[in-house]
Design a protein around this ligand. Structure first.
Ligand SMILES: Nc1nc2c(c(=O)[nH]1)N[C@H]1C(S)=C(S)[C@@H](COP(=O)(O)OP(=O)(O)OC[C@H]3O[C@@H](n4cnc5c(=O)[nH]c(N)nc54)[C@H](O)[C@@H]3O)O[C@H]1N2
Ligand SMILES: Nc1nc2c(c(=O)[nH]1)N[C@H]1C(S)=C(S)[C@@H](COP(=O)(O)OP(=O)(O)OC[C@H]3O[C@@H](n4cnc5c(=O)[nH]c(N)nc54)[C@H](O)[C@@H]3O)O[C@H]1N2
Ligand code: SF4
Ligand SMILES: [Mo]
Length: 691
């Protein structure tokens, strides 16, 4: 008999809704949840490869405790009782010596963090960090500085827009299934796509207009675009008058940034900038300037990201069909939200370790600052780190440098379904049951139609692994705070979360989610309210001023690489997820190693031909990789896919295949955007020569 289970994909952090078929206890089919608009059965290649993850044995099969030196790869198998007692004892010792705040937890941000945040709170520590410094922190803070809402509180109505402008947002390869479908729908209905990148990729191929830009100069492009939009009065005058503060200051600031000036910086013809300004001026307010991600990776990215959001504000494309939409939560549609697992846990009095660090960027909870405290013991020591569903050693720059920081820890624990780089260097690996083998706590999906979502176990764990909720519950018990996690089953948790919402588990059975409203909910456009101190969109941000950051910063020309050097850029393949999927058999078959894109003219200058083996080096690392010689990349940059170059021998298929971008990013671990705090990976210059 075939069983059908609604759940959520776990092959990347997008967590698309899925339907899983199970026959005699085996997963036989996975597809996108047919009931979800914008998904309707579709799934990406990685999602479809979930079966290959499930039936792979090259993943941790029981708790493992390190027996040799850190990173040497010598382990002994342990029972859960033994491993959890070992961890609890170390945590207690750290807590007694340095206080509970010396325990930190890192997590992959997203839908399920209520569990981990509640756990660390129960231990009495404020030190919770997620991955966002390495992803979209600058973008998030840029969005907040204008609207008061963070990046995650906004979405885009691609399906109903007239013009989409993307800056290095490789939307068709670095993908989210629903978003891809919505963009394609929009294009089918006539939306234009303008794509700006340093290289031509799949998104460039689908665009109406591709503009190749000099790396790191998008801010110059935007300043000139804004200059033109204001000068030719192409903005939404009524919307701006009503909802936006600071237009006069902006007008004065951009006066010097003409399209002709920007052409010299960006290498994009001035006429193209004027042309785009007029096109979006005509299409307004049904225009989308995507806040992007990759532009969060330069040392001065914050202001570039801010201008992308600012363009939406100028064109009135906020909280309107075909524009940028403020996401609604249960409260906005008159419903009660899920109960937080941490509701009854006392607030922690100690301040998070980066609350008052010198030279601090906006906000707190920056993983880089956690590392700094691990290294220096200032402002107070962090001595134990639990890394859950997050692999900083594969995703922050310079793993060799990271080891010298992490070696100051008395305890490093990795909770993962795979052998991760962080796991390999840790003291204990706890294998989590895969997303097909476990249920998670219920999640809230904000949007124009907010909903509650369920990830439900489809099959029994194949190995000696446990779901996250159980791991944290057992650990809480061992730490003497089990009273805050009185759950014996996931059903207990679900029941508690749903108390007072008027819903029961039964409500999730038919479709795997519960929509909290029938119709999309928009704010009244005549009375828009933003979460800024003034309630308006603040071009001159009070939050930035309070932290002594200017709202408009002068453009600074990015450094030109020295002779023989290139700026190292990187990105994603549609068939892989970061550094976690390279060993998955189906995906490994499609793409097993990365190559180095290099501009054809530059390549011929240094005697490199297509498919030649080349040596790529930074200060203290040299790697060998095949060259992909192409006219489609800017001559100042080289490009490689992120995540290859696995050095864990137990992952046999991917071991030693390709090279890892983070190893070349030497010396960049603490290099961040001073305002947003995002890691400035793209400030990496590498030398390339024929091997
Ligand atoms: N040089 C360079 N650095 C980068 C990037 C880049 O392109 N280049 N990209 C940056 C970006 S945008 C991001 S978001 C970060 C991502 O960095 P990470 O968040 O570290 O990457 P992920 O691959 O999403 O997942 C991390 C870990 O989660 C594990 N995992 C997967 N599923 C599960 C599960 O169900 N349970 C548990 N417990 N673990 C699971 C994986 O095996 C993996 O070890 O990296 C950043 N770093
Ligand atoms: N298949 C797949 N999809 C994913 C992920 C995955 O791992 N695999 N990860 C998800 C995550 S966590 C994220 S953050 C997103 C990332 O989504 P994106 O940021 O859209 O994707 P990337 O491939 O990281 O990089 C995008 C582009 O930035 C370009 N770029 C580099 N420098 C510049 C510049 O100065 N200006 C401009 N305009 N462009 C530049 C690069 O050439 C590259 O094509 O993808 C998400 N989707
Ligand atoms: S984008 Fe692909 S891998 Fe990521 S959750 Fe969706 S289906 Fe799964
Ligand atoms: Mo990301």
């Amino acid at each position: 008999m075939t069983e059908s289970i609604y759940s959520m994909c776990g092959m990347c952090a997008v967590r698309c809704p899925i339907r899983v078929e199970v026959e005699s206890g085996r997963v036989t089919w996975i597809e996108g949840n047919p009931h979800v608009a914008g998904i309707e059965g579709s799934l990406c290649a990685k999602g479809a490869a979930g079966i290959a993850l499930e039936y792979d044995a090259e993943r941790p099969q029981s708790p493992l405790i390190r027996v040799g030196a850190r990173g040497a790869g010598h382990w002994r198998q342990a029972t859960w009782e033994e491993a959890l007692s070992y961890i609890a004892e170390k945590l207690r010792t750290v807590s007694e010596k340095y206080g509970p705040k010396a325990i930190a937890l890192t997590d992959r941000g997203g839908l399920f963090t209520d569990l981990t945040k509640s756990f660390i709170k129960a231990l009495g520590s404020p030190n919770y960090f997620d991955h966002d410094d390495t992803c979209a922190k600058n973008v998030n803070i840029a969005c907040q500085s204008l609207f008061g809402y963070g990046r995650g509180d906004t979405g885009y109505d691609f399906a109903n827009t007239k013009h989409i402008v993307l800056y290095g947002r490789n939307i068709f390869e670095a993908l989210q299934v629903k978003e891809v479908n919505n963009v394609l729908n929009g294009i089918e209905k006539g939306a234009k796509l303008t794509y700006i990148d340093i290289r031509a990729n799949t998104t460039a191929a689908k665009a109406d207009k591709f503009l190749r830009i000099r790396p790191g100069t998008d801010y110059a492009f935007n300043l000139a675009l804004i200059h033109t939009i204001i000068k030719e009065k192409l903005y939404d005058v009524e919307f701006v008058e009503k909802n936006v503060t600071g237009l006069d200051e902006l007008t004065a600031f951009v006066a010097q940034y003409t399209p002709e000036w920007a052409e010299r910086e960006t290498e994009i013809p001035a006429a193209e900038i004027v042309n785009l300004a007029r096109q979006v001026g005509e299409a307004k307010p049904n225009v989308i300037f995507h806040g992007g991600w990759m532009l969060a990776r330069y040392v001065d990215s914050f202001y570039a990201s801010r201008t992308m959001y600012l363009l939406n504000a100028l064109l009135g494309s906020v909280e309107t069909k075909g524009g940028l939409i403020i996401s609604k939560g249960p409260g906005d549609v008159g419903r009660k939200g899920l109960n937080s697992l941490g509701k009854n846990i006392p607030e922690v009095e100690a301040k998070i370790v980066d609350a008052a660090m010198p030279g601090k960027s906006m906000g707190t909870g920056h993983i880089v600052n956690c590392y700094k405290a691990i290294k220096t013991g200032q402002p107070y020591p962090i001595k134990a780190l639990i890394s859950y569903r997050y692999d900083p050693m594969a995703s922050l720059p310079d793993p060799e440098a990271q080891k010298t920081y992490l070696d100051n820890l008395d305890l490093l624990v990795s909770i993962d379904v795979n052998y991760s780089e962080t796991g390999w260097f840790s003291d204990v690996i706890l294998p989590e049951a895969t997303y097909l083998e476990r249920s998670n706590i219920l999640a809230t999906q904000k949007g124009v139609k907010p909903s509650f979502l369920i990830r439900r176990q489809a099959v029994a764990p194949r190995f000696d692994s446990k779901p996250g909720w159980e791991i944290f519950t057992l650990l809480a018990e061992k730490m003497g705070v089990g009273n805050y996690f009185p759950y014996r089953s996931i059903e207990d948790i679900w029941t508690y979360q749903l108390e007072g919402t008027g819903l029961t588990l039964q409500d999730f059975a038919a479709k795997g989610f519960v929509s909290l409203t029938d119709k999309p909910v928009f704010q009244d456009r005549d009375n828009l309210k933003f979460k800024t101190p003034s309630g308006k969109i603040e071009l001159i941000s009070q939050a930035l001023a309070k932290n002594n950051f200017p709202s408009f910063a002068p453009y600074i020309r990015p450094k030109k690489p020295d002779e023989g050097y290139f700026r190292l850029t990187f990105g994603r393949s549609p068939v892989h997820t970061h550094a976690q999927s390279q060993n998955i058999s189906y995906l490994n078959e499609i793409l097993s190693e990365n190559s180095l894109w290099i501009n054809d003219r530059k390549a011929s200058e240094i005697g490199i031909e297509n498919n030649d083996l080349v040596e790529v080096s930074s200060d203290s690392y040299v790697g060998m990789i095949k060259a992909c010689v192409t006219p489609y990349i800017h001559p100042e940059a080289v490009y490689m896919l992120h995540g290859f170059g696995n050095e864990i021998p137990l992952k046999k298929r991917s071991y030693g295949k390709g090279i890892r971008d983070t190893k070349l990013e030497t010396g960049l671990l603490e290099t961040v955007d001073p305002v947003g705090g995002g890691v400035a990976y793209l400030e990496c210059m590498v030398k390339v020569r024929k091997a």
